[in-house]
Design a protein around this ligand. Sequence first.
Ligand code: RIB
Length: 315
Amino acid sequence: MPESKLSIVTVVGSLNIDYLSSVTHLPAPGDTVAASQLRILFGGKGANQAIAAARQGAKVRFIGSVGDDDTGRSYLDYMTKQKIETDNILQRKNITTGSAMIAVDQKGENMIVVAAGANAEISPDDIRQAADQISTADILVLQFEIPLASVTTAIKIANKTKIPVVLNPSPIHDEFPWGELIINYLVVNAGEAEVILGMPITSITDRSQVQSLLAKLKIKNLIVTRGSKSTLTFTEQTVIETPTLSVSPVDTVGAGDAFCGTFAARLAENPGTLLSDLVMAANCAGALTTLSHGAQDPIPDRETTDATLQDFQAL
Ligand code: RIB
């Protein structure tokens, strides 16, 4: 019997060290608030999404950059232990690994300040050097925590070689050349959707208006996650509303990343899967990620996601 081929997800993105403080309430400008606890954890949107995809069973390659120091090296070791290919994670001299200062309040809401560090050093040339890692993948996944020129270079390689692109444009960047590149799946929250499309997206938003904007922007499918509300997916033909689990979140950091990585892994594994099923599984992984602290530790594996999905669908 021929050996079954593992689906390959290539992630081009960021790796951060997260300094996560637990606070009773988030500070207002000028405030100082006391934290009850500080956790120092591996994070970064790119790495979080890569880990989510790997836990769903995909073979994951990562293109990114860390500092050439003990922190960078321990992040590489950790990624290897998470079964992620690290050959294309560059170690940069004289710069620290990216970091994120995060405060999470008692309702699980957060504020994040990111210092890009080595993430800012991944260049379009580095991406071109690793072009085969993109052109031989099943799916390319990207976010906006590395230079925009590197993001667009990676997307151009994927577009040229017809590799589907999952883009999570977070944190939002107003200089992205919307409409010049094909984005197969754009995964955004409601705020990001409004900035990109210039209109609020709700369940009563006029579908044809959204679809004609998406056509202009060359976005094939728009997926709008809305926290505890249903996720809205606009395709070229229709709009799908997918429910999510009702949970009491402890920490929402990384929930969107768990969504993206899970979505990408399952799409890579079976491109024929119904979009509503992909989104349902991704919603489950996202919700489960909010149940304990940190971006990566709570990201569920395949078995846990499937068991939760089954219970949810049986309701
Ligand atoms: O999406 C969550 C991530 O955003 C955190 O892990 C942090 O590193 C920031 O990049």
